[in-house]
Write a protein that binds this ligand. Sequence first.
Ligand SMILES: Cc1cc2nc3c(=O)[nH]c(=O)nc-3n(C[C@H](O)[C@H](O)[C@H](O)COP(=O)(O)OP(=O)(O)OC[C@H]3O[C@@H](n4cnc5c(N)ncnc54)[C@H](O)[C@@H]3O)c2cc1C
Length: 409
Amino acid sequence: MRKVLIVGAGQSGLQLGLSLQALRYEVKLISARTPAEIRGGRVMSTQVMFRTALGYERQHGLNLWEAQAPKITGLRLSVGGPDGARVLDWRGELAGFAQSVDQRVKMAGWLELFAERGGAVEYRSVGVSELDELSRGYDLVVVAAGAGELGRIFERDPAWSPFTEPQRALAVSYVRGAAPSSDVDDSGLVRFNSVPGVGEFFVIPGCTEGGPCDISFFEGIPGGPLDCWADRPGPAEHWARMLELMRTYVPWEHERFAGAELTDDRAVLAGAVTPVVRKPVARLPSGSAVLGMADAVVVNDPVTGQGVNSASKAAESYLDSIVRRADRPFDPEWMRETFDRFWDYARHVTVWSNAMVRPSPPHVRRLLGAAAEIPAIRNRFANGFDDPADFESWFLDPAGAEEYLSALS
Ligand SMILES: Cc1cc2nc3c(=O)[nH]c(=O)nc-3n(C[C@H](O)[C@H](O)[C@H](O)COP(=O)(O)OP(=O)(O)OC[C@H]3O[C@@H](n4cnc5c(N)ncnc54)[C@H](O)[C@@H]3O)c2cc1C
């Protein structure tokens, strides 16, 4: 059977590894951390996954937390005004539920499953020369090492990478004990609060070790008041600071979180990512070619909650390309075609995510305002998170937006 080496045990590397393993490919995974280190480590994401990506996990029998994780049935969008008032507030329904399972739980569990099923795992963080050495004897090497250092072996593609700096300062806390809404029942909804000129605040019903939780997530415009994490406060101070920011910028959320507590002392995260698209094939010093997957080659700002979804879709698309290749060589031309097939979809995610970190243009403000009156718009917006390719014709194109609005009125 064909031998595949995968570097990186995140959503994409593990999903591809486990699904190839089930088809009896000989797969070896390189993971920088053991399951115990992942479980005992810091939270890594807010990891909302929508219907299509969840469907891939279910198809491969990897939906191990589906029964425990809260089902997310829609999106509540609120826009804050300058005086802390809510100037827009509506909900869109998802056609299929979404879920968020703490990656500490999921990645550790999937790694153990891969090993229990006889998969080879080597626990080490590899650099380029080690990778070059390790890759000998494999038919295919896939680098799925996320947005970190190793991805730099793939050349940046300036045509698709308009930014050279992070577009948001990120701060996350996983908590329990938040109060329900005092106005409408919004349990089971992702709450997407936008404060123009300041940033965004999301609340996501999720699950972690020990049960359900609320995942709260600030995205702050650089240099603004939410960009205040450079001193990397400890967990208690991190959460206290998030509460203070809620009080000022999204006071309707502050009321609900005042009595909440962190799920554990590793349940906070602060950071930033620079959106980038890279060329999918890199050459190692020995001349052999490796294929990049998911965040190793395409990083978007998490404002659109797409990275894990794209990682799952990349793993599924690469799986299909690998299987179709049968016993022909995984040469650089095939690698480029494999990426291009995924990129046909993923370019939509990049274009939409890059638009969402910029100030909203007038046609987007009109659409979001009209959505308060027209359910079709708000449902279409919510379901675009599952299929961002849909945004191109109406949300990202001013003329398309006008046409869509006039067809609805
Ligand atoms: C704050 C925040 C919130 C987010 N929220 C969402 C969301 O709600 N929805 C969504 O879809 N996406 C979200 N994302 C994005 C999402 O988490 C990532 O895009 C996704 O996890 C990427 O998956 P991946 O498989 O490419 O890499 P990763 O999940 O990053 O996994 C890479 C793995 O490779 C390992 N590794 C790295 N370097 C090496 C090395 N040299 N040797 C060996 N192993 C190595 C790492 O330890 C890691 O285990 C969020 C991201 C952030 C930062």
